[in-house]
Structure formats: C-alpha cells, structure tokens
Design a protein around this ligand. Structure first.
Ligand code: GYE
Length: 311
C-alpha cells in the first residue's frame, strides 16, 4: 500500500494547493453550473480556488491570469472566451512554471502552453444535432435558421462545422440564416425575432439550430411571440442539456438537446494532482461525452437529476 508519508504528503499537498480560475462569465445557465461545480470540486479536494469572472472579455481574462502568475498560484484553470490571443500570457505562465489547464473551449496556440484541455468534442456535438434533424425531416424540404455561439470561440466554430457536415448530402436541408446570439438567452431571442421578421413571420422556417440551450430558450420565446408553435411549426435543436431545455421538452417546445457536462473541473483537478505529485503528464485532450436527449428520454427525470448537478 501507499506509505503513510506519501499519503500525508499528497493530502497535505492537496490541502495547500492554490488554483486560479479565469472564468468567462455567466452568459448561460451551463456556465453558471460549471462555476458552481468547479467550486464544489475544489472544496472536495481542499484546493483554495481564486475565482475571476471576466464578463466575457478576453482582456479581463488576460489580466486575471497575470494576477494569478504574480500571486504565484500552483496552477491556473482558464475557460478561453475566444480561440486566439493567448500565446503571450500563457508563455508568461510557462516561464513562471505554472501549469495551465483549459476548460470547455480550445485555443489556437502551441500545445506545450497548456498541460491539458478538458472539453467536449464540439464538432461531434454539431454533428449529433444535425444528424437528429436529418432523421427528423427525412427527404422533406427544411429551411434552417442558426443561432451561433460567441464569434471566434471554438464551440461556435466547431458546432457550426459539425452541423454542416451532418446536413451535407441532404440537399433538402439548408441553413438560410445564421447569426451569433453570443450564447445568451436575451440575444438568442433578439436574433430569432429578426429571423422571423425577415422570413415573413417564420411560416417557411422548418427548424432552429442553436449552439446552446440558452439561445434556444430565447428563440422559443420569439417563436411563441410570433404566434407559432416551437417544437411543432419550427423544430428546436440545441446543445448543453441544461434543466430549462428539459422543461421546454416537457412543454413540447424543444425537440432535442446534446448534453454537455458542467463538470470539467473534476477531471482537470485529478490530472493536475497526478502531475504535481509525480510528474505524470495527462492526455493533451480529455474529451467529455456528448449524448443526445429528446422528449422520449424522460425529460422530467432529467430535469430533476440535473438539479443535483450544480445547476
Ligand atoms: O455550450 C455555452 C457556454 O464553452 C462549450 O459556453 C461552452 C459553451 C456552452 O456559453 O452554454
């Protein structure tokens, strides 16, 4: 068995770990859950978490990371709002020998600038969403409007690509309008209102694909305000699997959501502990599951279950 000293050392080390977390903000219910789960996971491991909310601004994230470096934290978690612009600050972290772990979004930068990335396969998420629509419409014509995530973020880029891969070769399905709703409910509603006006009230729109559930919930409200039935007149497919999308499914207003776990921090802290304890390098990409849910999958039960998961 493990010697007492090693146990004492590792638990002592875990007890004294200080980790800085540069969080994007709380633009969606999913992100708010990620934050609460990260705090719970740190608590469980007696890690001191220094939390910084960037209000979706990259410059605030860069400032926060520089602050963590100056404080000499043991490690830094960052959920990078956009894919580019990280090389300088992450090089400073590397030079300060502070390991960085990316949560839920990727970056365009040399991989040696971060210890590991814990995220879903976002191309796959878009593919799963698109495959559902292909199956749902068969060979009937289907005009789709798309609510994109934050411009320049890896989830927005990848979820768009995955969805397009799925509908490629199905010429009856086409994306007629696509615009960012910045992953928020309010913006999702506003953009969907614009789509409905531009498409003579929306009676020719067959489906709304939203890169996250929060924009879908906003879009659902816009569809109802326009006198149409979401989930029936206009199919609704999105990503995250937050409790509110299961509520929408119970009301027949959402048809499908691809689940994204809010617990990226658990795997991140485990990888960090193994690395700090005996230099064990984790996989560069720790990929979380992407499971499709529809109203056939006990939405009430799924709603209740998520209430205990930090939402
Ligand atoms: O889908 C959305 C949040 O980065 C994958 O960010 C994450 C996305 C998530 O705003 O709700």
């Amino acid at each position: 068995g493990v010697s007492m000293t090693a146990l004492a050392c590792s638990s002592a080390m875990a007890a004294n770990l200080t980790v800085g977390f540069s969080q994007i903000g709380s633009e969606s219910g999913w992100r708010a859950a990620e934050t609460s789960v990260t705090k719970m996971e740190a608590e469980k491991r007696k890690i001191t978490l220094k939390f910084a909310d960037a209000q979706q601004k990259q410059e605030n994230q860069i400032k926060a990371i520089r602050g963590f470096i100056a404080q000499g934290v043991d490690a830094i978690l960052v959920a990078p709002v956009v894919a580019t612009g990280w090389e300088d600050v992450l090089t400073e972290a590397k030079e300060a020998k502070i390991p960085v772990i990316l949560l839920d979004r990727g970056i365009d930068a040399p991989q040696d600038l971060y210890l590991t990335s814990v995220a879903s396969d976002q191309v796959k998420e878009g593919k799963v969403a698109g495959d559902w629509l292909v199956k749902s419409v068969g060979d009937k014509p289907c005009k789709v409007v798309e609510l994109q995530g934050t411009v320049g973020s890896t989830p927005a880029i990848n979820r768009k690509k995955g969805f397009e891969d799925a509908i490629k070769g199905h010429s009856n399905i086409s994306i007629i309008r696509s615009q960012t709703g910045d992953f928020t409910r309010a913006k999702g509603k506003e953009v969907m209102e614009g789509f409905l006006k531009a498409e003579n009230g929306g009676k020719d729109i067959c489906a709304m694909y939203a890169h996250n559930d929060d924009m879908a919930v906003g879009g659902i409200q816009a569809i109802k305000d326009a006198g149409l039935k979401p989930g029936k007149d206009i199919k609704v497919v999105s990503i995250d699997g937050v409790p509110d999308i299961f509520q929408a499914m119970m009301a027949g207003e959402s048809n499908a959501s691809v689940e994204l776990t809010p617990n990226m921090a658990g795997p991140a802290f485990d990888a960090l502990a193994a690395y700090l304890k005996d230099g064990k390098k984790p996989e560069k990409f720790i990929i979380t599951e992407s499971k499709l849910y529809t109203p056939a999958d006990d939405p009430k039960g799924e709603y209740e279950r998520r209430k205990g998961l930090g939402y």
